[in-house]
Design a protein around this ligand. Structure first.
Ligand code: ATP
Length: 341
């Protein structure tokens, strides 16, 4: 069977431990994948490399697909987020986070089935900050016509392909009339002229957050600029069991990097208790995407086996501590492996 190369970046904090667990599940499921290990983040610094080594970027350029653990970002000082740098350098402009209830994970709501699409390259993540005077610092929110058009087109195309019925844009264009206004107008126009068949809705983000926690089932696809997408992703994770169960993908026109929504969770790193499910689900997204791109049904079948395995494990009550269970990272991976079918 032909094996497809995939770049693997274990990352920092809980990254390496969840990555090992996920690699084990994929191997047992017979995934036709050959890992190409690369470093980024603190792991790269400790090995004497740049925080985002050129050879890691080159490897993703070459192989197109990567599975990535979280990289630690220093708070309030130090280097720019590696996660953000990677998305920008490879123009992975669309972040996709599916948020669904899982059988066996009891939460306040049933029937949650949302997809969050986050613009990944600009907004307040432009990283342009200035010291204006001794008293004043400033952060620049950037919106470009190119990027807002790009994400609007991508989102409607995605909704059409996945047979989703509605896109809701969360915005604050009543205050940020220029930047959020541009974002909104692009989405509105793409809907009006190209995808009138998809229902379209605009909502001021504060009201949108209230509605999300009142009844998330009223939403289908959410389209947000960068920072709103970051915040709302964690909010939505909380609706279905937390950060341990929400996967993610960062798509560009040619490349895709798959990573969980969660960060490096330093509070539980090295203890063997982190939930590997979010990264495992990200790997399933990756296998499905690669199957589409490469036309290899073996990848698709493998994704289905893994999905079946983790669903059966959760239904049998096999859970990590964040979901109210007692299993550690490796024990949960074992529970999935023994149910691959
Ligand atoms: P970042 O700022 O890097 O995006 P974050 O604010 O999303 O990170 P995380 O580090 O992802 O924060 O996680 C917040 C908390 O959620 C962690 O400290 C941890 O307790 C919990 N958590 C996150 N991921 C997991 C996981 N995979 N398994 C168990 N608990 C987790």
């Amino acid at each position: 069977m032909k094996k497809h190369p995939v770049v693997l970046i274990p990352g920092d904090g809980i990254g390496p431990e969840v990555t090992v667990a996920v690699q084990r599940v994929l191997a047992e499921a017979g995934a036709p994948i050959e890992w190409v290990p690369c470093r980024a983040g603190l792991a790269a610094l400790e090995a004497g490399q740049d925080v985002l080594p050129q050879e890691t970027l080159d490897a993703i350029e070459r192989h197109r697909f990567a599975l990535k653990g979280p990289c630690t970002t220093p708070v309030g000082e130090g280097f720019t987020s590696v996660n953000v740098q990677l998305r920008k350098r490879l123009t992975l402009y669309a972040a996709v986070r599916p948020v669904r209830n899982l059988a066996g994970v009891q939460t306040r709501f049933d029937g949650v089935d949302l997809v969050i699409i986050r613009e990944n390259t600009e907004g307040l993540y432009s990283g342009v900050e200035n010291q204006v005077t001794d008293d004043v610092v400033m952060s620049m929110k950037v919106a470009t016509q190119t990027a807002v058009n790009r994400i609007a087109h991508w989102s409607f195309r995605f909704a059409t392909r996945r047979r989703r019925r509605k896109i809701t844009v969360f915005h604050k264009a009543n205050i940020m009339k220029m930047t959020d206004g541009l974002f909104l107008r692009a989405a509105r126009k793409v809907h009006q002229y190209e995808y009138p068949n998809i229902e379209y809705q605009e909502m001021i983000i504060d009201a949108g957050c209230m509605k999300l926690v009142q009844d998330p089932t009223q939403f289908d696809v959410l389209l947000l600029e960068n920072l709103y997408g970051d915040v709302v992703s964690d909010l939505c994770a909380g609706l279905v069991g937390g950060l341990g169960v929400v996967p993610g993908a960062n798509y560009g026109d040619r490349h895709a990097v798959f990573e969980a929504v969660h960060g490096s969770a330093p509070d539980i790193a090295g203890k063997g208790v982190a939930n590997p499910l979010a990264l495992l689900m990200s790997a399933v997204m990756m296998l499905n995407h690669m199957a589409d791109e490469l036309g290899d049904d073996g990848l698709l079948q493998c994704a289905e086996r893994i999905k079946g395995g983790y669903n059966r494990a959760l239904q049998d009550g096999e859970k990590t501590r964040d979901l109210g269970g007692t299993l550690g990272t490796e024990a949960f991976a074992d529970a999935v492996i023994s149910r691959l079918g």
